[in-house]
Design a protein around this ligand. Structure first.
Ligand SMILES: Nc1ncnc2c1ncn2[C@@H]1O[C@H](COP(=O)(O)OP(=O)(O)OP(=O)(O)O)[C@@H](O)[C@H]1O
Ligand SMILES: [Mg+2]
Length: 343
């Protein structure tokens, strides 16, 4: 068995060269452009990048929930030994919810307005376990109180419209956690919640990870949350991973100019939680990707080669990868062939 295959055994998720496009009347919107990474069992991976960088699209592809007219045009997605892209929809339904749970950016799109919270929670729990109705009901009540919902038994009888946005988000989180999935994908899970509830939810995710070994992919604009929860971070720009590494690599040994830009945009007071301020300049046109590096037109370190050739992934430290030509200038090294994995 090759070293790669041996390595692959403890990878829960292995994504290679993923390309996703939306085929719109205006043309092909290239939302994800060659993303490769791996995730180990129990690992917590943060995905950070400005709006439109392809964070949500790349994770919805994992669940095979890409919206029309979006399509995976190239690459592979292996999860827990299964080739996701060839799974029939019945198989995917089993995987979703039981093995992979997702907390969506907008909770209202994923709660059904015509069923009570209790019905939806109980159904989710029973779909993936052999619990009786009353045991599932008890588990549902426990989950609601775990995510900080007061009077959970009464909430079980209510419909989604009777709950505030923050409370609906917590119901979604309770649902996603109720089946102890192998992978939890959380897309901006706490953005709409107030700081106290945010802290509660994060503590809950941490606890769940310790107790059940669930791997977590956390999409966020909030670099504060990343330091609190993540083992590893990927920075996305224009549908590519431009830098990845440990939290320390990203904060203290920052390599890519885009990551530097993101960190410079953080509020001065590190205690303060605020969304990222945008970096100057306009994001690239995904309908018409430029030659070379996607960030070149906004980069203050831009060189001639950046406008001509796409930078490869350079290994800049142990498990720390950066896709920027500056690395060759600084080190005279050619790192082609690396990828944003973890071994
Ligand atoms: N239904 C669609 N039709 C056409 N293009 C789309 C569609 N959905 C997404 N896109 C394109 O894919 C790109 C990536 O979208 P995505 O939702 O992944 O961004 P994101 O990084 O999650 O941003 P945000 O932080 O705002 O959630 C967008 O810039 C958009 O151009
Ligand atoms: Mg998104």
């Amino acid at each position: 068995m090759s070293a790669d295959a041996l390595d692959g055994r403890d990878h829960l998720l292995n994504i290679q060269n993923l390309h996703i496009s939306f085929f719109t009347p205006a043309g092909e919107v290239k939302a994800v452009n060659g993303v490769s990474y791996t995730l180990r069992k129990g690992e917590v991976l943060g995905i950070v990048g400005e709006s439109g960088s392809g964070k949500s699209v790349s994770v919805t592809a994992l669940m095979k929930l890409l919206a029309y007219p979006g399509r995976v045009v190239d690459g592979s997605i292996w999860f827990d030994g299964k080739d996701i892209l060839v799974q029939p929809s019945r198989e995917m339904q089993k995987i979703r919810g039981k093995d992979i749970s997702m907390i969506f950016q907008d909770p209202m799109t994923s709660l059904n307005p015509v069923y009570t919270i209790g019905n939806q929670l109980i159904e989710t729990i029973r779909r993936h376990s052999a619990m009786s109705n009353s045991a599932a009901r008890q588990r549902g009540i426990e989950m609601l109180s775990l995510v900080g919902i007061n009077n959970p038994a009464r909430r079980m009888r209510q419909y989604p419209h009777a709950l505030s946005g923050g409370m609906r988000q917590r119901v979604m989180i309770a649902m996603a956690l109720s089946c102890s999935p192998k992978l939890l994908i959380a897309d901006e899970p706490t953005t709409s919640l107030d700081v106290t509830i945010q802290a509660q939810i994060l503590a809950l995710m941490k606890k769940m990870r310790q107790e059940t070994g669930t791997a977590i992919m956390l999409i966020t604009h909030d670099l504060g949350i990343v330091t609190e929860l993540c083992d590893r971070v990927m920075i996305m720009y224009a549908g590519k991973i431009v830098e990845s590494g440990s939290v320390e690599d990203i904060y203290y040994r920052t390599s890519h100019p885009y990551t530097k830009g993101l960190l410079d945009c953080l509020p001065q007071n590190s205690e303060e939680r605020a969304p990222l301020r945008p970096i100057e300049g306009n994001p690239v046109d995904l309908l018409d990707l430029p030659k070379g590096c996607g960030f070149a037109s906004r980069c203050d370190k831009c060189m001639k080669i950046c406008l001509r050739e796409t930078p490869p992934d350079f290994l800049v430290g142990d498990g720390h990868v950066s896709s920027c030509w500056l690395h060759t200038v600084q080190n005279g090294q050619d790192g082609r062939g690396n990828h944003h994995g973890n071994g």
